[in-house]
Ligand binder design. Structure first.
Ligand SMILES: Cc1cc2nc3c(=O)[nH]c(=O)nc-3n(C[C@H](O)[C@H](O)[C@H](O)COP(=O)(O)OP(=O)(O)OC[C@H]3O[C@@H](n4cnc5c(N)ncnc54)[C@H](O)[C@@H]3O)c2cc1C
Length: 302
């Protein structure tokens, strides 16, 4: 399909990964992947992304818009929208922190077209869906065209982040999907964020927790805490995770110690339109104090 505009000349709708990657390779730096377009088109209009010869729409590719169970994994195609995630019974059951984080992205119009792949590939450390996926310890599928063949490789989510707004993908690569393990007994997750009342895009701070309790539901034996923005790339509060998993039982003093550890490790900064560094520092405590008890209660109720 061709569309003569000042920002792109051709708009392609491939139905296979091979076809999409061949188009991207053909046009090299003069092509961009587009999914929902809610980040890319705005960036183009604002002059942050240069005009291109070709846009390659990846949302018509088979499997890219599926949510499915595959062996010991739950797999989400990169072209799955936030609305699909928010309303998926499978994900509500197994990945509450993800459904909760995707449910607050923009408004319904945005969530109906914006994808989880675009949220991750845009590489902002505060992106809500990304923070949900990080707490699930999700892996990302990177598809690469090499000598005419597509190689699909699963790798840790954080491995594709290069800095704020920058990912590590080359022009012959795209994201195929995400996967994580289903929820087992004693495991649960939760997400919450602080948003400016008039805010439409990124939060002041978002935080997701995943944890596993021991058989007596007394002790946290594994924990993951994802926070954004708390550094140049999405951030895992590993020091706070260690506090939670090292404690003989969970109480207020453990929560205080985990908050202090997360505050000390996070690289918080002031952003002009959203919040000061000092406010974000306080909000780390507020959010962890809110989200952790929810995840604990859910873990005990499975
Ligand atoms: C009004 C408004 C409100 C918003 N609110 C929020 C919010 O609350 N929270 C939040 O996190 N975000 C928010 N956003 C940002 C945006 O909606 C999300 O980041 C969205 O998930 C981006 O997905 P998309 O499909 O629209 O990506 P696109 O704009 O199509 O693409 C974004 C980037 O990802 C690349 N890309 C897309 N798919 C792939 C793929 N499969 N492989 C490789 N690269 C790919 C594109 O080339 C581009 O660089 C908001 C945006 C708007 C306009």
């Amino acid at each position: 399909m061709t569309a003569a505009t000042s920002r792109w000349n051709e708009y392609h709708t491939p139905t296979a990964v091979e076809e999409a990657l061949a188009l991207l390779t053909l046009h090299a730096e003069r092509a961009r992947i587009i999914a929902g377009g809610t980040d890319l088109i705005l960036d183009m209009e604002a002059g942050h992304a240069p005009p291109v010869d070709a846009l390659v729409d990846v949302t018509r590719i088979a499997g890219m818009t599926d949510i499915r169970e595959e062996g010991d994994w739950i797999v989400i195609g990169a072209g799955v929208t936030h609305a699909q995630i928010e309303t998926s019974d499978l994900l509500r059951r197994h990945a509450a922190c993800l459904t909760e984080s995707c449910a607050v992205v923009g408004g319904p119009q945005v969530r109906n077209v914006a994808t989880i792949g675009g949220n991750v590939a845009h590489a902002l450390p505060a992106a809500d869906g990304t923070i949900g996926l990080l707490a699930l310890d999700a892996e990302v599928e990177v598809c690469t065209l090499t000598d005419g063949q597509v190689e699909r490789r699963w790798q840790p989510l954080l491995s594709i982040f290069a800095g704020p707004g920058r990912n590590t993908l080359g022009h012959h690569q795209m994201l195929g999907g995400f996967r994580f393990h289903p929820r087992a007994a004693g495991e649960a997750s939760a997400f919450d964020r602080i948003m400016r009342p008039q805010g439409v895009a990124l939060p002041v701070l978002g935080l997701a927790v995943w944890l596993r309790l021991d058989e007596d539901w007394q002790r946290i034996v594994a924990a993951r805490i994802a926070i954004g923005p708390a550094g140049p790339v999405p951030f895992r509060a590993s020091e706070a995770e260690a506090v939670l998993t090292g404690a003989p039982q969970f109480d207020a003093s453990v929560l205080d110690a985990a908050v202090a550890a997360a505050q000390a490790q996070a690289q918080l900064r002031t952003s002009k339109h959203r919040a000061s560094k000092e406010y974000r520092y306080e909000m780390v405590g507020v959010l962890l104090g809110r989200v952790l008890p929810v995840a604990l209660e859910r873990a005990g109720n499975l």
